[in-house]
Design a binder for this molecule. Sequence first.
Ligand SMILES: Cc1ncc(COP(=O)(O)O)c(C=O)c1O
Length: 402
Amino acid sequence: MTTSVVDEVVARESRYVLQTYKRNPVTLVRGNGVRLYDADGKEYFDLLSGIGVAALGHAHAGLARAVAEQAQTLIHTSNLFYHPYQGQVAERLSQLSGLPRAFICNSGTEANEACLKFARRYWHTKGAPRAEFVALDESFHGRTFGSLSVTSDPHYREPFEPLLPSVKFVTTNDPASLLAAVSTSTAAIIAEPILGEGGIKPLTPAFAAAITEACAKTGALFIADEVQSGMGRTGQPFHFAALGLEPHLVSVGKALGGGVPVGAALIGDEVADTIKYGDHGTTYGGNLLACRAALCVLEELTDRGLMAHVARVGQHVEQRLRAIAAKHRIVKEVRGKGLMWGLDLAQPKLPIVAAGLERGVIVNLTADTVVRLLPPLVITEAEADDALGRLDAALGAVGAGA
Ligand SMILES: Cc1ncc(COP(=O)(O)O)c(C=O)c1O
């Protein structure tokens, strides 16, 4: 493809695609493992994996084979019929999470919608309806009305108000703020065990303990949003377990399909027992194609040792990041676990993404100051070293200009 073809792509999009995304000026056409290639053939190390999605890297042979085979056999039947794979995905998710049942959907926000609805349904069935949700002030749960209602950022919310009226926001990692807000009117607390968009902020053990205490005192349910932090990203299936949390509901998305859109709400028995036929549904959710992709990712994570690989490479990445941070005064803090990392910078909106792209590495800036790294889970130590060397250089360039 020549530059003029790239210009054509941009021109067509700017004419016909609704302008909700401010894209980077790069047209990606091909991938291989942790590498992406633009229309001019330039290579990039992908330290973002399409915002935590391409867990197996790009053009993974097993995933490609499963999807191609399934596309040639049967893609979709609707949930009016059985097929062989949805139960297998649910079974594997249950083994990973300890929550016995799954509702399969298409995205992270849909997984959260399902969790919020199931929490309301639980209280309705008990004959003591509770409307209220308690969420964190730096949280992000998605863009549909329910998920947006429990997302605090006014930039996302304000143009669409009024949202659900019965949501209380508490200060992230402030146990007193949480304990004061949760009451016997609270249907559920919802939180990300590691805040993703909020700047790769793990919940503190004290805050996690406060969630458990608040639920025990009031009966409120706990929804763990593991859309970004789950599916092996931290070197463990889900981060809630590391915090000693026992959620009643867990939302999953992003990496679950390795790039094929699929999400899931995972549901404990107490809540599952209150759900009746017809309470919730989806046309696409859990179709054969999505389930084959999810099974491929789940098999890699568990049967083929990918989760153990993440734990191992994650330690190496942490050491490298701490060494890089020590060199650059603009890096205030390094946070994260496994292959989910944030470098908190001293100044907002620094042009680190552009500096990375120039040097052939893809990262993202979130919460204005945090360089977010969510590489494909298959990244090797050598690949991480090469990519982080480029990030090091980009930080040097940005820091010099700051
Ligand atoms: C923690 C969390 N929850 C929910 C979502 C929404 O997922 P989706 O964009 O697939 O709807 C995201 C997306 O970034 C997320 O990070």
